[in-house]
Write a protein that binds this ligand. Sequence first.
Ligand code: SF4
Ligand code: SF4
Length: 462
Amino acid sequence: MRFPFALSAKIAAHIIKHKLRQTPKFALVLQLEPLHTCNLTCTGCGRIREYSTSLKDMMSLEDCLASARECDAPMVSICGGEPLIYPKIEELVAGVLEQGRIVYVCTNGIFMRKKMKDYLAAVYSPSQEATLAKLLAEKLITDKDVETIRKGRTDNRPVIRPTKWMYWNVHVDGLEYTHDLIVEREGVFKECVAAIKMAKLLGFQVATNTTVYRETNVREIEDMFRFFSWLGVDGHTISPGYDYDAAKKDMATRLGKKPEDFFLTRRMTIEKFSRIEDWGKAFTIFGTPVYQEFLAGKRDLTCTAWAIPTRNIRGWKAPCYLMTDGHYPTYREMLEKVDWDKYGVVNGVARDSRCENCMVHCGYDPSGALGTNYQRGDNWKNFRYNFAARPKPYPDGHLVNAFNGFSAGKGHLAEAKAAIKAGAEPENAAQHVGARCGGGETGERDDLLAKIRVASKATAKE
Ligand code: SF4
Ligand code: SF4
């Protein structure tokens, strides 16, 4: 089966229950953002920009668990910010699992290996030595890690354990050069790959989560699927780039870029996703075939953003993950008070100009599952896709030139680093770094630019 039976059955039962009750609006996936702090500053990320004044705030564990209970979505996607920074992430994952929900931990991958080492320490017994030896041989842990793991855990806190009800959902936007460029830090792709390898060795389920931007090369995305499928990844979420208000402003002020140079229009999305149905046959692409047809431009869908609500430190964010017209204290109140008919694109006409280019999964994937804009045969299509045999791992993924950036000495900061080494700023170094790599308040790029300036001043004085 393409997806684990228990998970598909749980979601199907939830939809059928509400259809029978004729519930007009209900949640399928909760996007839970316990905090907005992140250790990265990705170029297209609206979160860390929109909520930049509340980065230190976080939801309490009780509030997170109560939100999951209130909206009663069968799936909870714990995102952020970087959720592995949330101090009670283990308790949160355990609590949501106890509620009987499917959990996705959406992470940039940087702290995944640390969390898995905590898990190994918690379950350590001499019978784990063979696993530790394998991880050591693959250079996924060090001798020092092994010593620590053998000592076991000294506290009683829960750990994140492999279970069929949970996925690591790792953010990867391309192969090494592209991904590191988008997340504005070299070495992140390499860490993600190490974390994914370790997770698969330990029996975790892993998905990748990719955003396609205007500059994204579709061939590279196909290579990325091949590579991660070969690594044993269990599924891929893919969505067109978010045209966030906050990300747009950041583009203009910080990077000097026009948002339309980075984000996709509807026409471009359809071009980029023209082969998505083929991808769905070759790889385990998450999302309904109806949504895939929509992305490929073969049909219309109406936005059902209320089915993937976002809950964060300020409340229930309306109308959707991308746009903020208000926050509400409860999911129920948000459902009742928001005029949902004001949003989305219907028959090619945007009801709100900000929705014009939006085809994102959080607005339209549930529409495919819920039968909005139902066409004859859709239910069978969805059923067949979910219950069909899972595509086999791509056999030649090792031939993909995945490490085509930092690992090959060709990362996006290579030129700037070379300039520092040479003690001078090449004519285009600052422009190269600034224009192509972006840079965050705490980013590697800013440090490098500062060093370049110091180096060039020193050269000028000589
Ligand atoms: S990893 Fe990137 S996209 Fe995710 S929250 Fe952090 S900055 Fe945003
Ligand atoms: S179409 Fe839906 S998901 Fe997209 S921006 Fe508008 S309200 Fe949000």
